[in-house]
Design a protein around this ligand. Structure first.
Ligand SMILES: Cc1cc2nc3c(=O)[nH]c(=O)nc-3n(C[C@H](O)[C@H](O)[C@H](O)COP(=O)(O)OP(=O)(O)OC[C@H]3O[C@@H](n4cnc5c(N)ncnc54)[C@H](O)[C@@H]3O)c2cc1C
Length: 614
């Protein structure tokens, strides 16, 4: 195929364009059809929605289910839980909105064929913990995708969306998106009245513990490239809490999850000498964060903090005590199945390292940081809340609409709403879908208009790396280092190194300060300049190039937010060495940023945290 010559441009018109067919995107597509029977609803996905996103290889538990039908929990309880875990800072209106709708979403999953584990005595869903229910979830994603496929007018798989398009007739209104087919190289121009971004969070912005041939083995899906942040940032949407990166305690080398082990198997941790260590760090932690250390359950970041301190004191490795629980054959089976349905790589690592958890307590470690707004942290877009419970300054029209007209978000995309997980992301997608239909209906006969000049300029920009490679390749006879271009893997490793060393990655034990962050921004700026010289050998590498662009913009946002918040709010996720303490007096607030693509400047500000639940 001629990569640069006979490229086709495909135009797609839609009422609602859903970008990313993961949990949130599938929820948005499904619900948009319910409320917008006659609307054209298009879902576009860079992989194939059948097996895409963080849930691609299945899950063993749905981590957000209230159980309101049995009086197990109420939405208010979940808001309190998330607020506690995030050291006081969550958008309570958004969290409450998800919690009140999430059970209905889970019931739909069961109706669509997801096998749920049931308690044989009560007939209720089998609880793993207060919020988690257990599933046979290897096929979770295909089941959810089927609902979206049936609801969509069209699903476009294998299209990497690179940019949003703005309306040429009305300032600050979205009008579509562009991207390319990663298999055929066709250029796609989507024109839409409303756009919902559900394009997942960001892995591989910090250097991972697994390097070399193992670098794809991260906890978070390696294909999550921060598009859900970069796309809105590029068009000036406000972002919030981007400093609130997540670090996970996981089984070493395979990043296997520990939730089922702690909650269901009742295993516990100890240091290398077989001692309990968390209590040892109580006073130290209290000196940093005050009474937050006395909250129950202990916030996740503070448990990381104790682990990190114990390791730094030279009493590693930290181990999960599995030997006791695994004497029970039922628990042993559950322990292994937990990986087989979700992280099969951990079982393989144990097998290859002669670790049988019945006889050896496996090691734990902390991951490199990731950015995601649906798991246990709050990074993402600043969105309007529900009209019945959002405080006035959190509400500017349509639920889940960003500060750009017609641009909605859900799942990892939206900020301030930790602990929604797979079910909450789908539920939030539904909320955004319903609101987007209302937005489109309210537009009436008005149309959005895209500028031909804009999408033709973007086409040149998007495909330029293929040309850079074609020309520059002639200057070298062998190897991969060229004077004329930078390959995506080289750019990625440079980004990961900067973020790791300057913005609080694993090499510095998550420590940073104003000086390091300032230097990190300078180095990110230099990388940004070099991005004009990216070289892509083929369409696959072109996709890697644009994923790198998105990761870089998301990283800059993380760095600027981290610099802005002058305190250490979440020790165990990262530390500001120049502001080691939590500072409620000055920083019990959200951080907001806005990027101006015309000037390249960022503006940062504080927004109040309103507590609407007692
Ligand atoms: C390792 C891990 C374990 C987890 N375990 C659990 C668990 O046990 N229980 C639970 O309930 N939840 C769990 N979660 C959380 C859950 O997976 C997420 O909350 C949920 O998937 C978020 O939904 P999303 O739609 O925002 O992102 P995703 O589901 O990741 O979907 C994003 C989609 O966007 C697509 N995309 C990205 N960029 C582009 C682009 N530029 N153009 C087009 N398409 C694009 C992706 O391919 C993907 O399909 C886990 C998450 C991770 C990472």
């Amino acid at each position: 195929m001629a990569l640069f010559g006979g490229r086709k441009t495909v135009f797609v018109d839609a009422d609602i364009l859903v970008i990313g067919g993961g949990m949130a995107g599938c929820g948005a597509t499904y619900e948009s059809r319910y409320w917008g029977r006659d609307l054209k609803i298009v879902c576009v996905e860079k992989a194939n929605i059948e097996r895409s996103g963080a849930v691609a290889q299945g899950l063993y538990a749905i981590n957000c289910y209230m159980g309101m039908q049995w009086g197990e929990n109420q939405p208010e309880d979940h808001v309190r839980y998330a607020r506690n875990d995030l050291m006081g800072l969550v958008r309570e209106d958004l969290g409450y909105d998800i919690a009140r709708h999430v059970d209905a979403t889970v019931h739909k999953f069961e109706e669509w064929g997801l096998p749920m584990m049931k308690d044989p005595k009560t007939g209720r869903y089998q609880r793993e913990g207060k919020w988690q229910i257990m599933i046979h979830g290897e096929s979770y994603k295909p089941i959810v995708a089927e609902a979206a496929r049936k609801a969509a007018t069209e699903v476009y798989n294998r299209i990497m969306v690179t940019h949003l398009l703005m309306d040429k007739s009305k300032a600050n209104r979205v009008a579509g998106a562009v991207g390319f087919n990663v298999r055929t190289g066709d250029y796609y121009v989507f024109r839409a009245k409303a756009v919902i971004v559900g394009a997942g969070g960001a892995s591989h912005i910090f250097k991972p513990r697994a390097v070399g041939e193992g670098m794809g083995r991260t906890w978070y899906a390696p294909w999550s490239s921060g598009s859900c942040y970069a796309l809105p940032i590029q068009v000036g949407a406000k972002m919030t809490q981007m400093e609130n990166r997540i670090v996970l305690t996981r089984f070493k080398d395979g990043y296997g999850p520990v939730g089922a082990y702690f909650l269901h198997l009742k295993t516990y941790t100890q240091n290398g000498y077989g001692e309990e260590y968390e209590k040892r760090w109580y006073e130290d932690t209290k000196a940093l964060v005050g009474d937050y250390v006395d909250h129950h359950p202990v916030p996740t970041c503070l448990r990381n903090h104790a682990l990190l301190k114990e390791l730094a004191a030279g009493r590693g490795p930290i181990r999960m005590v599995t030997k006791e629980a695994f004497q029970d054959p039922h628990k042993e089976t559950v322990g292994w199945e937990n990986f087989l349905g979700m992280t099969i790589g951990q079982a393989v690592v144990w097998a290859s390292q002669n670790i049988d958890p019945k006889h050896t307590n496996p090691e734990l470690t902390t991951s490199e940081p990731y950015v995601m707004g649906s798991h246990a942290t709050c990074s993402g877009a600043w969105v309007s809340g529900p009209e019945d419970c959002a405080p006035a300054d959190y509400h500017w029209g349509y639920n889940r609409m960003m500060t750009v007209d017609g641009l909605f978000g859900a799942g990892d995309t939206t900020g301030g709403t930790a602990h929604k997980f797979s079910s909450g992301s789908f539920a939030e997608g539904r909320i955004a879908g319903k609101a987007a239909v209302k937005y489109v209906n309210d537009m009436g006969k008005a149309q959005t208009q895209v500028s031909e000049q804009e999408y033709r300029d973007l086409e040149k920009l998007i495909f330029q790396p293929l040309e850079n490679y074609r020309v520059g390749r002639n200057e070298i006879v062998a190897g991969t280092v060229s004077p004329s271009y930078l390959l995506p893997i080289q750019g990625l490793q440079r980004l990961e190194k900067i973020m790791d060393e300057y913005v609080g990655g694993i090499s510095t034990n998550y420590m940073t300060n104003g000086l390091l962050l300032g230097r990190g921004l300078e180095l990110l700026g230099m990388l940004k300049e070099d991005m004009n010289s990216m070289g892509a050998e083929d369409l696959h590498q072109l996709q890697r190039t644009w994923e790198l662009h998105h990761r870089l913009l998301a990283s800059e946002s993380v760095t600027r937010h981290t610099l802005f918040r002058q305190e250490t709010r979440w020790p165990g996720y990262y530390y500001r060495g120049d502001h080691m303490k939590l500072d409620d007096e000055n920083w019990h607030c959200f951080t907001l940023s806005r990027y101006d693509r015309n000037t390249g400047k960022w503006e940062l500000e504080k927004a109040p945290v309103h507590h609407i639940i007692d």
